[in-house]
Design a binder for this molecule. Structure first.
Ligand code: AMP
Ligand code: MG
Length: 420
């Protein structure tokens, strides 16, 4: 029923999604305390408020010296004092020729010193020390401003606040940060057989798991899910719920996109004059995936805040298909709406533990178990009964990616893996 029934390769479909994701912008910002902002996306750049480090910093326990004094070893220097981390800059004794000052890691290096000798290369701890190894100028000192000068950009807007970014913000005194508002993502499950999880299902009914897996995936991607009531396989109610869904920033529909007589999603989207970018991808699971957009009316928002189009994904309703197609396609749009710069999808590699036999033609993302340790990652398919087998994904920790041209894959081959 689509206006452009195109089935693309996985890569072409993914690139198309990335191109469109680049046009999406978050709506709204909020000021949060630093820890409440963990996992959120910065809506402002964060700059160094002073040099980092603010003073030349010793990176070893030892002695601050003039490198020229210890070029010939053994050398013997007079010890004139001690500097610990926290010693005020005004209290640092200046260093003259043939003198050394005991210094601790993290302490400021005094005027006149240009290297720090590691304590391991000295002997004696009274007024004099004997030096057994020379140092070069600058050794074991991080100069003031070497990690960032006052005013330097440390974190650009669009950075996700992971623990390292949180540390960088903390290091420049940002107890509050401006982050992007979370996008609202509509989740619309469809199907006459699908029922809410808190009603006892009749034998022919299936509990709605897709809305819940999607909500959890949306959370993890930085969005706020809005779970709508289940849409029956009937055009009038489906249309009503689609209209409601289109109030959100992105619409995810699960089910109803296959070729069956009661798969009405594309038909109802077409009635809204939707533009379809693809109506299938050469993947398994998830082949009937649909991606497109509908244009929005003028609305009440200012032009710069208005989304000209609302994007939607029609995700195949088989639970594993729904999960996989979210991860490989829809997630990129949620992240973009959350303020993240869209990033290419990357797989890691692991050694196949047991041989795999498959058919060519589709790129496969199959539930699998990543094991091994350190550099020896191994991967093995999880037994499954096909794209309805939720428990097999729950027992897995990754998806093994099988290129469309591989039929027989031997144990020991390095294979791409999509982590989760
Ligand atoms: P569909 O894509 O609508 O043809 O559905 C494919 C399969 O997924 C069918 O077996 C459905 O019963 C099942 N399914 C569809 N939607 C859901 C859902 N929300 N939760 C669990 N299973 C579903
Ligand atoms: Mg259905």
């Amino acid at each position: 029923m689509s206006s452009s029934p195109e089935i693309l390769s996985f890569e072409a479909a993914r690139h198309l999604v990335e191109e469109h994701a680049k046009t999406l912008r978050p709506r709204g910002r909020e000021l949060l305390s630093l820890l409440d902002a963990a996992g959120r996306v910065l809506a402002e750049p964060i700059h160094a408020d002073r040099n980092i480090p603010p003073f030349p910093r010793a990176t070893r326990d030892g002695y601050a010296v003039k490198a020229a004094d210890v070029q010939t070893v053994p050398a013997n220097l007079e010890v004139i004092g001690e500097i610990k981390a926290g010693t005020a800059i005004g209290e640092l004794p200046p260093l003259a020729s043939r003198q050394a000052i005991a210094i601790m890691t993290g302490a400021p290096v005094p005027e006149g010193a240009d290297a720090v000798l590691m304590i391991e290369h000295t002997s004696g701890d009274g007024d004099r020390i004997e030096i057994t190894k020379s140092v070069s100028q600058g050794e074991n000192i991080v100069p003031s401003g070497a990690e960032g000068r006052k005013g330097d950009l440390l974190l650009p807007a669009g950075t996700r606040l992971d623990y390292a970014a949180i540390a960088a913000a903390a290091a420049v005194g940002r107890s509050r940060v401006l982050v992007h508002a979370k996008p609202r993502i509509a989740v619309l499950s469809t199907g006459d057989e699908v029922v809410d999880i808190d009603v006892p299902p009749a034998l022919h009914q299936i509990r709605n798991s897709n809305s819940y897996s999607l909500a959890a995936q949306i959370h993890a991607a930085g969005g706020d899910p809005l779970i709508l009531p289940i849409a029956p396989d009937e055009p009038v109610r489906l249309r009503e719920l689609l209209a409601e869904a289109l109030d959100c920033d992105l619409v995810l529909i699960a089910g109803g996109v296959s070729m069956g007589k009661y798969d009405l999603v594309e038909q109802e989207l077409a009635a809204l004059k939707a533009e379809f970018f693809f109506t299938g991808a050469k993947i398994q699971p998830g082949k009937p995936i649909v991606f497109g957009r509908v244009s929005c009316g003028a609305g009440t928002l200012a032009p710069e805040d208005r989304q000209q189009h609302k994007y939607f994904f029609g995700l195949p309703g088989n639970p594993v298909s729904t999960m996989v197609t979210f991860e490989i396609f829809a997630k990129a749009c949620v992240q973009a709406l959350a303020g993240l710069d869209p990033a290419p999808l990357r797989f890691v590699h692991a050694k196949l533990k047991t041989p795999v036999q498959t058919k060519t033609g589709l790129k496969r993302f199959l539930p699998a178990q990543l094991s091994g340790e350190f550099e020896n990652a191994e991967v093995e398919l999880t037994r499954w009964q096909g794209s309805g087998d939720i428990a097999s994904v729950a027992r897995s920790n990754c998806f093994l990616v099988i290129p469309p041209d591989r039929e027989q894959i031997e144990a020991g081959d390095w294979m791409p893996v999509l982590l989760r």
